[in-house]
Design a protein around this ligand. Structure first.
Ligand code: SF4
Ligand code: ZN
Length: 262
């Protein structure tokens, strides 16, 4: 996932996963003098929730001596997750929030010259996403995602998920054992109902049949290697509105903004 001279933009939300990842990457980075870390914190504009997380992220960065960059949806896109949730036409707040977060992190990473983006997805998140994509009828998304995402067209900063093999429970344990102060309040918009159901289902399965989550991840890996030579990636050009790379005339975020403005 990492090269000795990477400048890693670490996506830090203030939750247990991203702060654990930051802790571990700081330890690793110390052994590689030519590498660099910058914490990237995104303010989605979620009242009563994001401020506390940003403060926890700020104090963790200060303690660990990591430079922090904060970017907000308001500044980048002229709106917030709260506003999008109010204007939503059939989409969950999380669908907007996820699309805008990926875009925001990529923009910041490009601006600071980062060579990798690290996100704190854990084993549970990854296993849930695989099933979620199947149930949304989008199996190709499973093939397109993964622990390391490199864009051969060079338009997106490569993304890595260093914790993707670590169960959520172990991350919580690590955070407690290292005295990491993390946000434990849930986002008021909650996660998609379907993801919550999948989480409960997978936890039950894991309890009855240990290894279920790892098996799902390994199945997705097999699908990816079988598919990798089959379909070439679509060509990317500039979004007509924001200029970010997209295979279509408008990028996904601009399509979403247009839909809520109607
Ligand atoms: Fe955004 Fe959904 Fe996460 Fe809340 S739960 S921060 S709305 S993705
Ligand atoms: Zn756009």
């Amino acid at each position: 996932m990492l090269e000795y001279n990477d400048h890693v933009a670490v996506a830090v939300s203030g939750g247990k996963d991203s702060l654990t990842m930051l802790n571990l990457l700081v330890k690793l980075e110390g052994r590689f003098p030519r590498s660099r870390l910058t914490a990237v914190c995104i303010d989605e504009g979620i009242e009563g929730y994001r401020d506390e997380a940003l403060e926890l992220a700020r104090s963790a960065c200060e303690k660990l001596g990591v430079k922090q960059v904060v970017a907000s949806y308001r500044d980048l896109f002229g709106t917030t997750t709260d506003e999008l949730a109010r204007m939503s036409r059939g989409q969950t707040p999380c669908s907007y929030c996820g699309v805008f977060r990926r875009k925001a992190i990529n923009r910041v990473a490009t601006t600071i010259g980062a060579t990798k983006i690290a996100t704190g997805h854990n084993l549970d998140d990854e296993a849930q996403t695989i099933l979620l994509n199947m149930l949304h009828g989008d199996p190709l998304r499973i093939v397109r995602s993964g622990p390391v995402l490199r864009d051969p067209r060079g338009k997106f900063v490569p993304r890595i998920k260093p914790l993707c093999d670590i169960p959520e429970k172990e991350i919580v344990l690590y955070a407690y054992l290292t005295g990491t102060d993390f946000q434990s309040v849930a986002c008021p918009h909650g996660h998609e109902a379907l993801r919550n159901d999948i989480r409960s289902f997978l936890n039950q399965m894991e309890q009855k049949h240990p290894g279920t989550k790892y098996t799902l991840i390994r199945s997705a890996e097999k699908l990816r290697s079988a598919q990798s030579t089959q379909s070439p990636l679509p060509e990317l050009h500039e979004c007509e509105k924001c200029g970010d790379p997209t295979p279509h005339e408008l990028c996904e975020a601009c399509v979403m903004l247009q839909a809520v403005a109607v």
